[in-house]
Design a protein. Sequence first.
Length: 132
Amino acid sequence: MVCALAQTISGAGLAYMGTSSTVKLISYLLAISVFYCVYNAWYYAAIQKDISKHKYWAMRLVGYLQTIALQRVCMVVLIISHRTGWLGLYPVYDDDDAATMQKIFEDSFATCYPIGMMLTEWYLAGYYGWTE
């Protein structure tokens, strides 16, 4: 939990120092989500001694923290989309394309957050048998 908090605080701090409003908003939302999960995981383990609820919140926390790793996957998909023209999301590829690459970075950040949340929630629903 300490590492999750350190990672979240440093990530939000890096976003704060950046210029992209998209990255800032997504980072702040992710930080709020992580803090909420850390609090609940700690509360149910340390205060309530309810290990099943602690496990639920800890699993959610781990899933939410995978969002940052998922950004790399989203970025690769968007770069391939840009280079090949697939999906028509970005203008035709050009070697001097710094503005488009910045947009791809922001889009990958905005894409990974909801995908990470959905995958985590789907996994938890299946794990706890809530999909029937």
